[in-house]
Design a protein around this ligand. Structure first.
Ligand SMILES: Cc1cc2nc3c(=O)[nH]c(=O)nc-3n(C[C@H](O)[C@H](O)[C@H](O)COP(=O)(O)O)c2cc1C
Length: 420
């Protein structure tokens, strides 16, 4: 049987806890030259798409802004449209919320991206987790989880109608719109739809409406369970398992030898979790000012404050049960003799493919052939050069193994995803 082809997306390292700014090789997260370098590199590597995450409000901790957020993230659609002009093949996927946008203007902007890029637009529709973000918008409030998903479903269905062109009319719980869309026909019919959100409601929405899921389940076993669960939901909507591609997020660390790669991976984690950011992470769980603690020392004996208002606002990571989390973290730290910083490095890390280029390529391939994923949305720790080495050394191994394209066979993102 022919081998499954690996799909590769490239997340631009912007305001993320895995992005390292302290490294001398780190460049601007907002200059167009950074986006351009990044896009040109992954296009040279024949990646399927570039991916931008979304954060709509500067995050705060103890009432202060995170310093890296101040420059923030430039507007996603503007960045992707500019990149469309300097690339020819690579897909352009932006994360944009259904909670605070409106269907017609957003569908129109995405359609414009699809037109200008010749069919390379993708939309990662998210529901945005925090009420804090909502305050940035005129509505000034936030919807409960179930209603956010209800709105997301209605939003995506409305967008699909709008993309079909001609008359559209949507009367649903969240929308009452009617008009005539002058946009069609689009190069891809509709931009590629990506979903990120892992609750039952999120998985169901993906199974019914999405082309791709961006997931957190990047370890082999967890990935296989997630993959089987979501693919198993498709038949209910009359869809084949291959109609929805599953792409977990992951990082990577390369070395000329296994030992060098392991050392590199450890160094990256130390850069990602400075003493100060270790305390910041801990404060998010403890919900207390822990600035007097030594990051290289033991965890606080004091329990989290579950009564006070949240100290940290606008973070994607949530800890629903602070006491249980603190208990679990203390157990790990005591068992393995870890300092605060070492513990935070351990518990906040996500999948990091570590090894020689050969080994990393084989591991990525294994995840795909064993149905833990259809590919990955990879994120380097450096901008803008974080993919230089990967493209030069790992991509050729994947190509030699016959699991990754040597050249683009299609001109649209849909064409890349279903080329095999
Ligand atoms: C892998 C992943 C990536 C996400 N990326 C973003 C993002 O960039 N911006 C955002 O506002 N929300 C993001 N979300 C949050 C989702 O939109 C959603 O609001 C949240 O996960 C709660 O839904 P759930 O319970 O279905 O997971 C992401 C979620 C996941 C699982």
């Amino acid at each position: 049987m022919a081998k499954k082809q690996v799909i590769l997306g490239a997340q631009f390292p912007g305001v993320n806890n895995f992005t390292v700014w302290s490294d001398p090789a780190a460049g601007s997260q907002i200059a167009f030259s950074s986006f351009r370098h990044f896009a040109e590199t992954v296009e040279r590597g024949k990646f399927d798409f570039i991916f931008l995450a979304e954060g709509l409000r500067l995050r705060e901790q103890k009432g202060r802004l995170h310093e890296l957020d101040v420059a923030g993230r430039p507007n996603t659609l503007a960045v992707l449209t500019a990149l469309a002009a300097v690339t020819q093949h690579v897909g352009l996927v932006g994360t944009l919320t259904t909670t605070f946008n409106e269907p017609y203007p957003l569908a129109r902007q995405l359609a414009t991206l699809d037109l200008l890029s010749g069919g390379r637009a993708g939309w990662n529709f998210v529901t945005s987790p925090g009420a804090f973000t909502g305050a940035n918008f005129r509505r000034g409030d936030h919807l409960p989880h179930a209603q956010r998903y209800e709105r997301a479903r209605e939003f995506v269905e409305a967008a699909r109608q709008i993309w079909r062109g001609g008359d559209f009319a949507v009367l649903s719980r969240h929308f009452d719109i009617a008009g005539r869309s002058g946009l069609g026909p689009l190069p891809q019919g509709a931009p590629v739809l990506v979903q990120a959100g892992e609750s039952d409601a999120g998985r169901e929405l993906a199974a019914s409406h999405a082309d791709v899921i961006y997931s957190r389940h990047s370890e082999l076993e967890a990935g296989r369970a997630f993959y089987a669960d979501v693919k198993g939901r498709l038949a209910r909507y009359g869809r084949r398992p291959d109609a929805l591609k599953i792409l977990p997020g992951a990082n990577f660390a390369l070395g000329d030898t296994e030992a060098e790669a392991r050392d590199k991976a450890a160094q990256i984690r130390l850069q990602q979790v400075s003493p100060r950011s270790a305390i910041t992470f801990l404060e998010q769980v403890w919900n207390r000012d822990l600035s007097a603690y030594d990051a290289e020392g033991p965890l606080p004996a004091i329990d989290p404050d579950v009564e006070a208002d949240a100290l940290s606002q606008g973070r994607a990571m949530r800890y629903d049960d602070r006491l249980a989390t603190a208990r679990k973290w203390r157990e790990i730290a005591e068992r393995d003799g870890l300092s605060i910083r070492q513990l935070v490095i351990r518990v906040t890390g996500r999948k990091q493919f570590t090894g020689t280029p050969q080994a990393v390529a084989l591991e990525i391939e294994r995840h795909v052939q064993e149905d833990a994923a259809d590919g990955f949305v990879l994120a380097p720790h450096l901008t803008p050069g974080g993919f230089d080495e990967f493209v030069a050394k790992v991509v050729p191994v994947l190509q030699d193994r016959g699991v990754f394209r040597r050249d683009y066979a299609a001109s649209t993102l849909r064409g890349h995803l279903w080329a095999a």
